[in-house]
Design a protein around this ligand. Structure first.
Ligand code: FES
Length: 60
């Protein structure tokens, strides 16, 4: 499943980025190559995935 259509980033690629860069939303967005010129339609997806990753990290 694509997380960000503009950058062509899939969920697995997002997870790999989060593993390398952590779950700070701004750092993840930068790692994905998102900037002010992007449409930002994926922000809700990103926030949900980041919350899920953060919850998993707490329960481990
Ligand atoms: S869908 Fe991610 S910036 Fe457009």
């Amino acid at each position: 499943m694509y997380i960000c259509l503009c950058k062509g980033i899939r969920e697995a690629e997002f997870s790999a980025l989060a593993a390398c860069h952590g779950t700070c939303p701004e750092v993840i967005k930068q790692a994905m190559g998102l900037d002010d010129s992007c449409c930002s339609r994926c922000e809700a997806n990103l926030e949900t995935l980041i919350q899920d990753l953060s919850r998993c990290a707490v329960t481990r």
